[in-house]
Design a protein around this ligand. Structure first.
Ligand code: CU
Length: 145
């Protein structure tokens, strides 16, 4: 009996919201789904010494790579942050020399850096460049000769 009346209430609420247009707004898709397991550098190895330009290959587990443009659940694109930590979840990733976007859906790139030791962070973000946060990032060190 109780179940039935709450179902009726629920249906009524849905009808009211639909009439007001309230149901049209989708949930924020900048959500890390349960299946997401993170990102990782396939290349180079952590602590590697490389010669510039060097190849960086990106890996992602539990989500799909897609070109930027549409904010869809369970998809995103890679970013490389130079000498920076991961970007907090929901924050936009800036477009500058320290934040490189791979908005065409690239999964590898050639990086040019002056000689030195760098901390490089991979950051996965949605189609609007909003970070998926620390859980979808990976940081490592690389020595450029
Ligand atoms: Cu981006």
């Amino acid at each position: 009996m109780r179940l039935k009346s709450s179902s009726v209430l629920c249906a009524l609420a849905v009808a009211v919201f639909a009439a007001l247009g309230g149901c049209a707004a989708p949930a924020n898709p900048n959500q890390t789904p349960a299946a997401a397991q993170g990102v990782y550098f396939m290349e180079p190895a952590n602590g590697a010494t490389v010669t510039s330009p060097f190849k960086v290959k990106f890996g992602v587990k539990g989500m799909e790579v897609q070109a930027a443009g549409d904010q869809l659940a369970n998809v995103g694109h890679h970013h490389l942050l130079i000498n920076l930590e991961s970007k907090p979840k929901g924050e936009i990733i800036p477009f500058d020399d320290a934040h490189i976007h791979f908005g065409k859906g690239q999964t590898e790139t050639m990086v040019t850096l002056k000689p030195g030791t760098y901390k490089i962070t991979m950051q996965f973000a949605d189609g609007f460049h909003l970070s998926y946060g620390k859980d979808m990032s990976a940081t490592m060190m690389v020595n450029v000769k």
